[in-house]
Design a protein around this ligand. Structure first.
Ligand SMILES: *Cc1c(COP(=O)(O)O)cnc(C)c1O
Length: 250
């Protein structure tokens, strides 16, 4: 690996004919530290954002102990490059095989779901394990997101209470709610709004959640797209959390 101060230095020196990828481990370390210092819950890194081994290793070296994974290959990457890390399998649709591999071979205990069928599948594929943390993915309105995910995953508001109740009854460990406001979310208030939507579903179900997973969507700066300060997002999450029926935070 070669080191350059700027992309322009590489262009001047090597005039590459083929595509080149730049790694900026200092930027990864800085972001990892920022979230650990400013987010009041546990920080999980969503591996799909950038699964490069150097990214996972840099995160692990900078205090990130938890990873959000969406497939067995991602689980294997984390096991290899951040050994001992905690993983949450947050894809709401999984094969039986991938659930049992995650549970039995990699010690994964946290699984997301957005249907009764997926809940039954998780229970079945883990041999009706008693130590599961079950995260119900809610579909939320994506105000201000550049890339909405609400059409893709998440139980709708009408069916959420019944599923929350079923998940609550299915585990003696943690039951949580999760959502994703959409990637590159430009409006901090989207988190508070999603959390109050989650609260309404919990109240209607008559259950408490132990965990709230606020997903991702924290924006980057792109040309013509300058987001509000990340601290504003943390404030919105704190306000939303204060109003929720929960026992803990993630
Ligand atoms: C993709 C994803 C994230 C991270 O989202 P970004 O928009 O990349 O920040 C977090 N949680 C889940 C469940 C995801 O699928």
């Amino acid at each position: 690996m070669h080191r350059y101060h700027t992309p322009l230095d590489l262009v001047r020196e090597r005039s590459p004919e083929r595509p080149v990828a730049f790694a900026r481990p200092d930027a990864v370390a800085l972001a990892a530290r920022w979230f650990q210092d400013n987010f009041k819950g546990d920080v999980f890194y969503a591996v799909k954002a950038n699964p490069s081994p150097w990214v996972l290793e840099t995160l692990a070296a900078n205090g990130v102990r938890s990873f959000d994974v969406a497939s067995v290959p991602e689980i294997e990457l984390v096991a290899k490059h951040a050994p001992g890390a905690r993983m949450a399998f947050m894809h709401p649709v999984k094969s039986r095989r991938s659930i049992s591999t995650a549970y039995f071979d990699h010690g994964v205990r946290t699984f997301a779901l957005d249907t009764h069928e997926e809940l039954a599948k998780i229970l079945d594929a883990t041999g009706h394990a008693k130590d599961l943390n079950l995260m119900v993915r809610l579909g939320v309105a994506a105000e201000g997101a550049a890339y909405s995910l609400s059409g893709k995953f998440g139980v709708d508001a009408h069916e959420a209470p019944d599923l929350l109740l079923a998940a609550r009854r299915a585990t003696q460990e943690l039951m949580g709610v999760s959502f994703h406001v959409g990637s590159q979310c430009m409006r901090p208030t989207a988190y508070q709004a999603a959390m109050s939507q989650a609260s309404r579903a919990l109240v209607r179900a008559g259950v408490f959640a132990d965990v709230v997973d606020v997903g991702g969507g924290f924006p980057s700066v792109y040309p013509g797209m300058v987001p509000p300060a990340l601290a504003d997002y943390m404030d919105s999450i704190d306000r939303g959390f204060a109003e929720m029926m929960v026992h803990e935070t993630t």
